[in-house]
Design a protein around this ligand. Structure first.
Ligand code: MF3
Ligand code: CO
Length: 241
């Protein structure tokens, strides 16, 4: 079977794990407990969690709460009512990786947090809708930055989407801020789009020195992210996750 057929299995597992997270993300639950369930479900399907030991990452998923932009390490701090959390799930099966993430509101999230989540999802969906064979990937940054800025949000320029397949992160990288990339998508190419938006319009972040992974906003404002893995088809893209 083709590479795309092989890719469907890890991508479907990632989708199913994120669906299960809807039930697992609750006030009082720790991100460590969620990660343990993510890990167990991935292994039960015969797959391997791509983040585990990836450049030394210590867990099977990334959990990024409130002002954490990405690469949060699951820990023993209970989620609180009103938090927002991104769960980023990736796995390896059949020689291929799949990768996706979603935001989850913990209990009763304020209206501003819900709006940040909604617009970040719209940024991803509108970028996906614009992709197809012959499309320059720079359009992804145009669409995401226009919609984010219209809502007063900043687009994190430091972390990007990526081609994916036999390796977790492959070229070309996909930027979410306005950029001058010159790469035309080709039928069969597989890649992610994964915009990170910051609530106060700022764009700067830093890695916490104590763990070398957790990326937080410099301003302390909240951040949201959604990610999908997709393949370029004859007339657009098909989301695999
Ligand atoms: N899943 C992330 C991405 O979207 C990568 C996480 S790498 C890790 O590309 F090591 F931090 F897990
Ligand atoms: Co990714």
């Amino acid at each position: 079977s083709t590479a795309i057929d092989q890719l469907r299995a890890p991508c479907t597992i990632v989708h199913d794990v994120l669906e299960a997270c809807k039930e697992w993300v609750q006030p009082g639950t720790t991100t460590e407990a969620i990660d343990a369930k993510v890990h167990a479900l991935i292994l039960s399907k015969g797959a391997y969690p791509s983040p585990l030991n990836y450049h030394g990452f210590p867990r099977s998923s990334c959990t990024s709460v409130n002002q954490v932009v990405c690469h949060g390490i699951p820990d023993d701090v209970p989620l609180e009512d009103g938090d927002m959390v991104n769960v980023d799930v990736s796995c390896y099966l059949n020689g291929y990786h799949g990768d996706a993430s979603r935001m989850f509101a913990v209990g009763d999230l304020d209206d501003a947090g819900q709006a940040l989540i909604r617009v970040t999802k719209e940024c991803l969906d509108e970028a996906i809708a614009a992709c197809g064979p012959g499309v320059n990937i720079a359009i992804i940054g145009d669409i995401i930055s226009d919609l984010a800025h219209a809502n007063g949000y900043g687009v994190v320029p430091t972390y990007c989407g990526h081609a994916i397949g036999r390796d977790f992160h492959m070229l070309p990288y996909i930027f979410h801020h306005r950029n001058n990339a010159q790469h035309l998508l080709q039928t069969g190419q597989v890649f992610t789009i994964e915009p990170m938006l910051i609530e106060d319009g700022s764009v700067d972040s830093h890695v916490l020195p104590q763990d070398g992974w957790t990326v937080v906003t410099n301003s302390g404002a909240r951040s949201a992210q959604f990610e999908q893995t997709m393949v370029v088809t004859e007339d657009g893209v098909e989301v695999l996750t």
